[in-house]
Structure formats: C-alpha cells, structure tokens
Design a protein around this ligand. Structure first.
Ligand SMILES: C=CC1=C(C)c2cc3[nH]c(cc4nc(cc5[nH]c(cc1n2)c(C)c5CCC(=O)O)C(CCC(=O)O)=C4C)c(C)c3C=C
Ligand SMILES: [Fe+2]
Ligand SMILES: [Fe+2]
Length: 325
C-alpha cells in the first residue's frame, strides 16, 4: 500500500441528505444550531429554531431542493465531489490525495478525517471552499477539525487556508467565466444601461460590527474583478443575497438591487455569485429561478445567470496553486 504523506481536504457547507422535510430539518438543526452561525443566547434561539423554524421552513424548502436536485444528489455535494476528482487528477504526480467533506450533514468532517488517518496521511491542507473569510463559515470548519481531532486523537498535522478573496488565480477564474458567458450570449450593452451584478451571500450586519472581515473581502473581490474586466463601478454592481430572519443584513440586498435596476431601465442583467465555489440551492434556485422572475417581472428583458466556478479548468488550477503553495 502506498503511503500518502500529504492530502488536501475540500470542505463546503453541506446540504440535506435528501430533498425531504425530515432530512432538511436535520440539516437546518445542525447548521442553524451552530453558535457561530446564529450567535444568539441559546435560551432565546433554541425555542425559535425548534419551535418555529424547523417546523415551518423544511416543508417550504422541499420543492426548492427538488427543483435543483441532481442524479448524484444535492448540487453542492455533487460539484464538490467533482472538484475533488479533478484536483486529484492534477495532483496525482505529486502523490497528493484529495478528499472532500461537508461541514454540516454528510460526508462529515469527522468521518473523512478518520479515512484520512487510516490512509496514513501525515499532513492535511484544508481548503474551506469560501473565498471570503467569515466567522459563520470558514471559522466553523476549524471548529469541526479541532473537535474531531480531539475526539479521535489523530496524529496528523494540518493547516487551514484562511481566505483567497484576492488570489490572482481566483480573480482570473471569475474573469474567464464572465468572458466565456459573454462569448456565448454576446456582451452586455453597458452604454445602454445593461449591468453585471456580483451577488454575494449575505450576513447579519451584527457580525460585521463584531469584526467579521467578510464584507471588506467581498468589496475587495469586487474591486479586483472590476479592474480585471477593464470595467467601472458604474457598470458592475455588488449586492448581498439569501437574507434569513428578521434582522438587518448586509446591504444592498440583491432583490432590491435587481428591482431598482429594472425599474431604472436596465434591460439586460448578468449575474454571477463569486462567493460560492459551487452552485447550490442559493444560486440555482434563488438566483437563477426566483430572482430571474423578479427581474423579468419588473420590466427587465434579458437575464443571464453565470454559473459558479465549479469544475472549470481555471478554478481547478486555482485550487492546485493553493494546494501546492
Ligand atoms: C443566520 C443564518 C445564515 C448565515 C449567517 C449564513 C451565512 C452564509 N451561508 C453561506 C453559504 C451557503 N448558505 C446556504 C444555505 C443557507 N444559508 C442559511 C442561513 C445562513 N447563512 C440557510 C437557512 C440556508 C438553507 C437554505 C435556506 O433555508 O434558504 C448554502 C446552500 C446549501 C445547499 O444545500 O445548497 C450555501 C452554500 C455563506 C457563504 C455565508 C456567509 C458568508
Ligand atoms: Fe447561508
Ligand atoms: Fe436561501
């Protein structure tokens, strides 16, 4: 048996095991029960989560998940698995093995670390698949690593990639995706008022006030991408999607932005979600289905959704350079 001294572990957020209300409830209970994600006192949050959210939200999400479900399962998991396969092919010469896990539900970080340990790995580089650092995402991956290592007593060493929001290969990969979409659909007519929208997953404003660098990093990605495209901040807009709950989240909200643009006469809108390393419910359903309808309903004429970096060659090359850095 070969010994794989070095390994890469890709970790993304996670999805329900199946598109059913009980599976979605298990997923949301784990995800929204994480104190990093919702940092309200347990006495306040627990009754809301278990008494209201876990009863009302799963049934509404079943149809949404079904609309994007793939043969291999949830899109986020299927794409992460494919990313790991592609990266593995690029790293096979270096004898580096690639694994993947989901932060919530399955395959769990703990299970995958047990496999990594059994395979004789000595060092793991963990890549949280979040380009912009947030305490609600990236930091939770470290929590899971530490908890699993403490429980199972693994002896391998590891390091965690903190952020790659301004990595030149990341900006380049986004640029390539946008240019490719324009090659297939024609370029937007910016002079006529068409826009490119960068929609990032939102975050409660409270997190940023407590020092989460996420918003700053989204803005930095935005600036670098605008520059790389040779465009201006008039032609490219930034907004935050997927607001959840009653609190104030980062603004401008994607939905309000879309509506405002359509009402102000933007006829064509191209949307990309640079904060998601893989397409998922929040992009395929919310952005590509729901928000498309909103834009067209408000008078927009053309809506182009540009897919996430997924398994594009430029993205896998970016992962390779992060893996070997
Ligand atoms: C307080 C709640 C939430 C915070 C904070 C939050 C931050 C956050 N999330 C992502 C990436 C993803 N989120 C996804 C789904 C999702 N997110 C929340 C809530 C918060 N997210 C919920 C309740 C859900 C489930 C779906 C829903 O009910 O709307 C997903 C997709 C998962 C899938 O199965 O496809 C991703 C990916 C980031 C990057 C982020 C902070 C920056
Ligand atoms: Fe989320
Ligand atoms: Fe959502």
């Amino acid at each position: 048996m070969t010994t794989h001294h070095q390994a890469i572990l890709l970790v993304n957020l996670g999805s329900p095991d199946e598109p059913s209300a009980p599976a979605i409830a298990r997923y949301l209970a784990e995800f929204l029960g994480d104190r990093r994600v919702v940092d309200l006192p347990k006495l306040v949050w627990w009754p809301i989560l278990h008494g209201i959210i876990l009863r009302t939200r799963p049934p509404k999400l079943v149809e949404k998940y079904k609309a994007v479900w793939q043969e291999e399962g949830a899109p986020l998991k299927a794409i992460t698995a494919a990313q790991a396969r592609h990266l593995s092919a690029l790293l096979s010469e270096q004898n580096v093995r690639v694994y993947w896990a989901m932060r919530y539900q399955n395959p769990s970080v703990r299970d995958v670390l047990q496999r990594i340990n059994a395979d004789g790995v000595q060092h793991v580089r963990v890549i949280p698949m979040y380009p912009q650092y947030s305490m609600t995402t990236t930091a939770t991956v470290e929590d899971a690593l530490k908890a699993a290592i403490l429980k199972d007593g693994h002896s391998f060493s590891y390091d965690v990639v903190h952020t790659y929001h301004e990595h030149p290969s990341y900006i380049h990969a986004l640029k390539i995706s946008i240019l490719e979409s324009w090659q297939n659909n024609g370029r937007p007519d910016f002079i006529a008022g068409d826009k490119l929208l960068l929609s990032f997953h939102g975050l409660p404003e409270r997190n940023v006030l407590r020092g989460d660098p996420y918003q700053k990093q989204c803005q930095r990605t935005y600036e670098l991408l605008v520059q790389a495209l040779g465009l201006s901040t008039h032609e490219v807009k930034l907004s935050y999607q997927s607001r959840f709950g009653a609190q104030k989240w980062l603004q401008p909200y994607t939905q309000a932005t879309l509506e405002g643009l359509a009402q102000a006469g933007t006829r064509r809108l191209d949307v990309i979600c640079p904060g998601f390393a893989a397409d998922c419910l929040e992009t395929l359903e919310e952005v590509n289905i729901e928000l498309r309808e909103v834009f067209l309903h408000q008078g927009g004429l053309a809506y182009h959704y540009i897919p996430c970096l997924n398994t594009t060659p430029a993205h896998i090359q970016m992962l390779q350079s992060i893996a070997l850095a």
